[in-house]
Ligand binder design. Structure first.
Ligand code: FE2
Length: 445
């Protein structure tokens, strides 16, 4: 239903801004009651691209002229939220270089980015966005490397953001990949990027030369966020070094500046290596500060543990303990075939699958809740709750999964069959069908 291309632009076959009535009927919503006789279904009424009524199926007769789509009791949710990706790095992996460590990848990128043009980056970013949207993403927060006096990547992504604004909402982070102070004039480049239109202030304190400079960079990020009224999202403690504790400074700054939940700490891998006494003390401070946490499970499993031998650490933050402490945690893809990670396809349900395995989060209540990490929790991190969610009065943004409930969705890594943005159908897919002839007569599981 949609295609996006850097040269040809967007093509969406369904109408934009239509005043027509639409009904998405027989949906399983995440709030549905489950009884022995089955799951309660809902009808979603949409007018002019906005939800105007959500009620139990059949309770209200369907308008005669409405466009009706029967969802046959499948799971319907607000769209996936990508809370951490680098759209300017997509498909920049150099197959001749074997990286495998965070710092090796940064060195490789530092050399290769000089050859990229605005057009190169736009083309690859479009491919990455399309890949994510094919899997149900409609909201993306991307870091953009601004340690480049020419701002090549930022100029590319500002154009992409504007060109695609009708079908996907993109937040840009002024991200100094090579540091505020480790890169010449990095702090000034971040500030300039905010003036050019970035929505979020980034940082990478564990890459600065010293602990003092790392802490100074975090303070600078919050100072800029206050000056320009922006959000904060900092790459933080992306290392197995148990002494990397810049997350302390993020929580401190968030708390004392009042920025609170408008700030996020990405990665925080070192938290997996902290001693428990310290980690438990910090959980209360994290909760008090209101900061969000973003984990990138596949990427950090690949990049971390590289210096361990065996036994080998998992490389991810304490997702389960943060959630239990009342903190908001979302998940991100991080990379699609770049110097940091050779795979990645933008399908966020894979991140959920990895996260719940690595964080031991498979109790039945946890399985029902785990999709929050790529939906509601991501929306909270991006601070888009005012227009996100399946509620009357909000934009009609939804996805339908090829599953009856959350557990089936995660177990099957369910396909997204339908993606609707402001009432406009962006993607529609038939459920997979297969003919089988196997001599098996087991239980219906
Ligand atoms: Fe990242």
């Amino acid at each position: 239903m949609f295609s996006i291309d850097a040269e040809e632009g967007i093509r969406v076959t369904s109408e934009k801004g239509s005043r027509k009535m639409q009904v998405f009927k027989n949906a399983v919503l995440r709030k549905c009651k489950r009884t022995e006789s089955g799951t309660e279904l809902y009808d979603l009424f949409v007018e002019n691209g906005v939800f105007n009524r959500i009620c139990p199926a059949g309770e209200v007769s369907l308008p005669e002229k409405a466009e009706i789509k029967d969802l046959h009791g499948r799971l319907v949710m607000a769209p996936y939220v990508e809370s951490h990706i680098h759209l300017d790095y997509i498909y920049t992996m150099d197959p001749s270089v074997e990286a495998g460590t965070l710092f090796g990848a940064i060195n490789q990128w530092s050399d290769s980015k000089k050859k990229l043009t605005v057009e190169d980056i736009k083309k690859k970013a479009y491919q990455g966005i399309e890949m994510e949207m094919r899997h149900g993403v409609q909201f993306i927060r991307t870091h953009v490397d601004v340690t480049d006096p020419d701002f090549t990547a930022l100029r590319a992504l500002l154009e992409v953001k504007e060109e695609l604004k009708d079908i996907v909402e993109i937040q840009l982070i002024a991200f100094p990949q090579e540091g505020y102070y480790a890169y010449k004039n990095g702090d000034q480049l971040v500030e300039e990027a905010l003036k050019m239109g970035c929505d979020v202030v980034g940082g990478i304190p564990h890459f600065e030369f010293s602990r003092e400079l790392g802490e100074k960079s975090v303070r600078k990020a919050f100072e800029l966020a206050q000056k320009y009224d922006r959000l904060v999202d900092i790459h933080c403690d992306e290392t197995d070094d148990q002494d990397s504790k810049f997350v302390e400074e993020i929580a401190t700054q968030a708390y004392y500046t009042g920025i609170g939940s408008r700030a996020a700490a990405s990665h925080t891998c070192a938290m997996g290596s902290y001693n428990n006494a310290y980690a438990y003390k910090m959980m209360t401070k994290f909760r008090q500060s209101g900061i969000n946490f973003i984990s990138c499970p596949t990427e950090n499993t690949y990049l971390q543990g590289r210096y361990d031998g065996y036994p080998m650490r998992r490389g991810i933050t304490r997702i389960d303990e943060l959630i239990a402490a009342g903190c908001n945690v979302s998940l991100g893809q991080d990379s699609i075939s770049d110097p940091w990670y050779p795979l990645g396809n933008g399908n966020l349900i894979h991140q959920v699958d990895y996260a719940i395995h690595q964080a031991h989060m498979m109790s039945i209540p946890q399985l029902y809740k785990c999709l929050d990490m790529i939906t509601d929790n991501g929306a909270a991190t991006l601070q888009i709750q005012d227009h996100y969610g399946i509620e009357a009065g909000k934009p009609a943004n939804l996805i339908e999964l090829d599953a009856k409930n959350e557990i089936e969705a995660v177990r099957e890594r369910a396909d997204v069959l339908l993606s609707v943005h402001n009432g406009r159908i962006l993607l529609e897919k038939e459920p997979s069908a297969i003919r089988i002839d196997l001599p098996i007569h087991g239980n219906d599981r």
